[in-house]
Design a protein around this ligand. Structure first.
Ligand code: PLP
Length: 446
């Protein structure tokens, strides 16, 4: 754009209010007004989220002060990365935030699945049994475990797997959990977030109750929590309620949108160490692994993470209430308490899923001009549409949405680096649905 044009734009925008700014972005006054009504009723919930953000901000700040983080932590190392002060210090900070003995926080961990695979394979040996008392784990874990036959799975190494599903009302099936525990049970894996299933997400308190039950019967078992999408949603983390290991991805919550790669494993020293021997090599463990230059973004991302997660949560609650009011089924519903940042909205027809995703894409800071279409994605049994205009590729702490084109035609969305952007994205999704004639906004459901 010519500089002259920019000046003209500046003159024009000076005179505009917020609704007019939304109109500049393509969001009609009706859409804006509908959103404003929904938002107006969410004040007390937003205040509660702000309190959690404040608490977690202080928790992270305190950890950084306690560990005496200083400018030398941000230096890059290369090669073997021996004596990488900033890397080791960051791991101390993570251990402090999670009230854990030790942590492994590395750019060499490619994603959440990799972090979980490292924690599992580092701590399981042939003949051991892995047990999930909360039903089927996240899709990608099926191949790690060998639930679906896969090269290099735990199953190929002689680790067996057992699972007990949640009861239909979402509670733990204690009777069958007790029966499933046996002398070979070595590690219990508990997934906090529902991921892309319809079961409820577990609160940290409920995770603590489950761990208590298991440890009472088998004190030496390792309790591991897949913490993906859960970090900083509550004031406590699974390590505060007895988890021996807690694992997640830095391109979700704890990276704060700034970490360009990475994962973490925190918990008891002996188990973190076992994971480190798997990540690098037996004998080397945590001693090697150059940080290259990513440490400033790891530190700063962690520092921002409580605020970013708060914004994403507000977006999820706003969307739940907005689409619920329009008559769509939403999980979690508009009033439920939250234990992760994922929101599902069921549209009942493909056009709804497509319009929603196209709205999220159109509101992105990156690639806003492209139009996502359903495609035949490897590993899925239906077409899938994905919307993501992120600074970090594939980042799902940034505003993103995806939906398989099959019944019940639900879309899963999450993230937003700021509440304001999440709101804009959700309004744009509504705008696209209205333009496609899939919703009517004249009478805002009052
Ligand atoms: C995202 C996620 C994973 C896997 O993380 P990737 O970074 O996609 O490999 C595992 N478990 C849960 C619950 C997740 O949400």
């Amino acid at each position: 754009m010519e500089r002259e044009d920019n000046r003209g734009e500046a003159e024009k925008q000076k005179a505009l209010g917020i609704p007019e700014m939304y109109r500049e972005l393509g969001i009609s006054p009706q859409t804006y007004e509908f959103g404003a009504q929904v938002e107006g009723e969410l004040r007390s919930r937003f205040d509660a989220i702000d309190d959690t953000t404040e608490y977690n901000q202080l928790k992270v700040l305190h950890a950084m002060q306690q560990c005496r983080v200083d400018a030398s932590c941000f230096a890059a190392t290369s090669g073997y990365g021996y004596n990488d002060y900033g890397r080791d210090k960051l791991e101390e900070v993570y251990a402090a935030v999670f009230h854990a003995e030790d942590a492994l926080v590395r750019p060499q961990i490619a994603c959440g699945t990799h972090a979980l695979a490292v924690a599992l394979s580092g701590n399981l040996r042939p003949g051991d049994e892995l047990f999930s008392p909360v039903g089927k784990p996240y899709d990608t874990l099926e191949e790690v475990i060998g639930i679906r036959p896969s090269k290099g799975s735990l199953r190929e190494y002689g680790v067996t797997y057992r699972q007990v599903d949640l009861l239909p009302d979402g509670s733990f099936d204690y009777e069958n959990i007790q029966k499933a525990l046996n002398e070979r049970t070595r590690l219990v894996t508990i997934q906090r977030s529902k991921g892309y299933q319809t079961r409820p997400t577990l609160s940290v308190k409920r995770i603590g109750e489950l761990i208590g039950f298991i440890k009472e019967r088998k004190p030496d078992v390792i309790c591991m929590v897949d913490n993906c999408y859960g970090e900083f949603v509550e004031r406590i983390e699974p390590t505060d309620v007895g988890a021996d290991l807690c694992v997640g991805s830095l391109i979700k919550n704890p990276g704060g949108g700034l970490a360009p790669i990475g994962g973490y494993i925190v918990g008891r020293h002996a188990y973190v160490e076992q994971a480190a021997y798997r990540l690098t090599s037996p004998g080397l463990g945590k001693e090697v692994g150059a940080s290259l230059g990513v440490l400033p973004s790891f530190y700063q991302g962690l520092f921002l993470a409580p605020t970013v997660v708060g914004g994403a949560l507000k977006g999820a609650i706003f969307a739940a209430n907005l689409y619920e009011r329009l008559g769509f089924s939403v999980i979690p519903n508009g009033t439920e308490s939250r234990h992760d940042i994922i929101q599902a909205v069921t549209f009942g027809k493909p056009e709804g899923v497509i319009a929603f995703c196209q709205g999220i894409q159109a509101a992105a800071p990156v690639d806003s001009y492209v139009t996502p279409e359903p495609w035949d994605m490897p590993g899925y049994d239906s077409h899938v549409i994905m919307a993501a205009g992120a600074f970090v590729q594939g980042s799902s702490i940034e505003l993103s949405a995806d939906g398989p084109i099959k019944p019940p035609y639900a879309v899963y969305f999450q993230g937003g680096l700021t509440w304001q952007h999440a709101k804009c994205g959700i309004l744009m999704s509504l705008q696209k649905l209205a333009e496609a004639g899939l919703v009517k906004l004249e009478s805002p459901g009052l």
